[in-house]
Design a protein around this ligand. Structure first.
Ligand code: ADP
Ligand code: GLC
Length: 501
């Protein structure tokens, strides 16, 4: 061995753990919210730190169409009502990241979204669809589905992947450790108890110590009860969900896990969200050459039919339109927000009544309010780049990514002090916060923002402070690796948590 090789060998990072991420969505293949962005960016960040990471996804048409170098690993017999299927091994598009795709045509190959049909009605067979995903994850863990690779640790995201923790627990003790991440405790995957036999789990799992939840079955509980460690996406939300106010009925279960529940703040993909190299923007910019930001603003005003006024503070919302996001507060405060010549651009879809209310607001103020009720990724980049202020008035917010994208784009966040918003925005330094979920509280924060806006030097300082904030996945990836090590130690020391055990 030459000296150079020996040195290179000595410097190579110690091989990291073999980790399987299990999730229902991943950007850019399937996305309904921030979960997809996290599942796209965290695995590569872990791989960059030496972990041997793979992904398991359901075989939705958008996934099967996009993955590369796909080959069937194993035909699958009848599972969860699907007469036939296969486990496919492929690569994520444009990346080396291996991805297992659970191709069960009967369960997954259909139009509409990952959880609901085009009209927004939950798929009636969601129990089977997401039990199957968890079942496949656990059996990959047992080494039964791929002779060449098995994870040491399973990382399951949200209720869609949570059943993997129950299927792991149902088997005689295995060395596979598990981490369950809550991205949003409000969506729990609750099904009628009568459907429990489809899960193929021993009856002891159908008790309050297991998946039972007020006489129903709750998939989220599988993750909360059986994972070796539970994480959520900000330290503040980790504390909040231990309280009845934010616990969505599961705060008791959260409290029962004590210090096993931790908060790790999300990062952002600093390549996808980079104003200096963003293909959606006409003129790139960064903190040292911010001129392109004014170009983005005037382009946005033009595209939205707003008055072409560089001095009008331009507020933006890019959001799912649901009760969580507190956008009724924006509607209630609207006349006050617009009073001083401010403008508002809203891009969002979801709740029909909220969509309608915003459309009516745009009709009432055609030169100062513009609403786009649809989903458009490139357009979201242009809105975030072109705005001066990003409004995120959420009633609860596990982490929130749009305020992070805003910070990176020099768009000052105005947010409610809750969950990850409280952990990422600094009053008066990088943005503005309010406490009470009320229109007057939002207005008061806006007044403070307006004062800063009227002082261009102060505004530049605010923008710059946000643009230099460290938002990459590097730090969070390191924290997850430490959590994985803890989960693996816990797995070695303790037998698998069993209902009643
Ligand atoms: P949540 O996951 O609760 O919806 P996040 O802030 O974590 O909230 O993530 C939302 C993600 O969805 C961001 O990437 C945001 O840009 C994107 N998004 C939300 N609404 C739209 C839309 N109408 N068009 C394009 N992107 C959207
Ligand atoms: C959820 C949360 C959001 C978080 C995202 C990614 O959708 O609502 O706050 O940023 O997951 O973790």
């Amino acid at each position: 061995m030459s000296e150079a090789t020996r040195q290179a060998g000595a410097e190579a990072p110690a091989p990291g753990p073999r980790v399987l991420h299990v999730a229902a969505e991943v950007f850019p293949l399937v996305k309904t919210g921030g979960l997809a962005d996290v599942v796209a960016a965290l695995p590569p960040a872990l791989a960059a730190r030496g972990a041997d990471v793979r992904l398991l996804l359901p075989g939705l048409p958008q996934v099967l169409d996009a993955v590369q170098a796909a080959r069937t690993l194993l035909p699958l017999g009848p599972v969860f009502g699907a007469a036939r299927g296969a486990l496919v091994l492929a690569r994520m598009p444009g990346s080396a990241l291996p991805v297992y795709v659970l191709d069960l045509p009967y369960l997954y190959r259909r139009g509409g979204g990952p959880y609901a049909d085009a009209a927004g009605r939950d798929w009636p067979d969601n129990l089977a669809r997401f039990a199957a995903l968890g079942w496949a994850a656990a059996h990959l863990g047992f080494g039964e589905l791929d002779a060449d690779w098995a994870p040491q640790l399973m990382h399951a995201h949200d209720w869609h992947a949570a059943m993997s923790c129950a299927y792991l627990a149902a088997h005689p003790p295995t060395p596979v450790a598990s981490v369950f991440t809550i991205h949003n405790l409000a969506y729990q995957g609750v099904f009628p108890r009568e459907d429990a036999p489809q899960l193929g789990l021993p009856s002891r799992f159908m008790t309050p110590q297991g998946l039972e939840y007020h006489g129903q079955i709750c998939f989220m509980k599988a993750g909360l009860k059986f994972a070796d460690r539970v994480s959520t996406v900000s330290p503040t939300y980790a504390r909040e969900i231990a309280s009845p106010e934010y616990g969505a009925g599961l705060d008791g279960v959260i409290r029962s896990r004590g210090a096993d529940v931790v908060g790790i703040l999300n990062g952002i993909d600093t390549e996808v969200w980079d104003p200096a190299r963003d293909p959606a923007l006409a003129a790139p910019y960064d903190r040292d050459a911010p001129a392109g930001k004014a170009v983005a603003k005037s382009a946005l005003q033009h595209a939205c039919g707003l008055a072409a006024d560089p001095h009008a503070p331009l507020l933006a919302v890019v959001s799912r339109l649901t009760g969580q996001k507190g956008l009724d507060l924006v509607l209630a405060a609207l006349p006050a927000l617009l009073r001083d010549g401010a403008q508002l651009v809203v891009q969002g879809s979801g709740d029909a009544a909220l969509e309608q209310a915003f459309v009516e607001a745009a009709q009432a103020y055609p030169r100062s309010v513009s609403v786009f009720t649809g989903y458009d990724e490139a357009r979201a980049h242009r809105v975030i780049a072109g705005a001066d202020l990003m409004l995120v008035p959420s009633r609860f917010e596990p982490c929130g990514l749009t305020q992070l994208y805003a910070l990176r784009y020099g768009t000052v966040p105005l947010v409610r002090r809750v969950g990850g918003l409280a952990d990422t925005v600094d009053e008066g330094r990088t943005g503005f916060l309010f406490d009470e979920p009320s229109a007057p509280a939002l207005q008061a924060a806006f007044e403070r923002a307006l004062q800063a806006w009227r002082d261009p030097a102060r505004w530049q300082t605010l923008m710059r402070a946000g643009m230099v904030q460290e938002l990459s996945w590097d730090g969070p990836a390191r924290q997850y690796l430490a959590l994985y090590a803890e989960a693996c130690r816990a797995r070695e020391e303790a037998p698998r948590r069993m209902p009643g055990g």
